[in-house]
Design a protein around this ligand. Structure first.
Ligand code: RP5
Length: 158
């Protein structure tokens, strides 16, 4: 499908296992993506530089996963008009509630569409749904995906 359309960001390589679930969804729907490790705290300049070239690079949705004082999605959302989906990463200390609140509780005017703790798969599906507004073939694939989910549950009941 040409240029990458989704950017998957994570605050640390320790987030990779969770964020790979978003990648799998995008692969399933045939959506191009790029993956970067960038931190709002450890690499602030790199994050700003990355954000400044996002719109010209053809990225249409960002998925950003981070844990603890999880500012990655929020800082990114402050620097771009591209929709940002936040994935709060589970943590050992507070079970990911820290990440969830840091990601979802954005000030007015700077939203981050936040999925559940560790719910990178849902972030991938939501990114696909956003892109489907522009790419009708993705809408068709999403309908099929929902039918498959239903059929799988029907099969288990039988
Ligand atoms: C955050 O701190 C990352 O997103 C990660 O979830 C958390 C812990 O990072 P590491 O100390 O494992 O690199 O910035």
């Amino acid at each position: 499908m040409g240029e990458p359309r989704v950017s998957i960001l994570m605050g640390s390589t320790s987030d990779k296992e969770v964020m790979d679930e978003a990648k799998s969804v995008l692969k399933k729907f045939g959506i191009d993506y790029e993956v970067k490790v960038l931190s709002a705290h450890r690499t602030p300049k790199m994050l700003h530089d990355y954000a400044s070239q996002l719109e010209s690079s053809g990225i249409e949705v960002v998925i950003a996963g981070a844990g603890k004082a999880a500012h990655l999605a929020g800082v990114l959302a402050s620097l771009t008009t591209i929709p940002v989906i936040g994935v709060p990463i589970i943590t050992n200390d507070l079970g990911g509630l820290d990440s969830l609140l840091s990601t979802v509780q954005m000030p007015r005017g700077v939203p981050v569409a936040t999925v559940g703790i560790g719910a990178a798969k849902n972030a991938g599906v939501l990114a696909t749904q956003i892109l489907a507004l522009k790419y009708p073939e993705l809408g068709e694939k999403l309908k099929k995906y929902k039918e498959e989910m239903e059929a799988a549950i029907r099969g288990k009941n039988e």
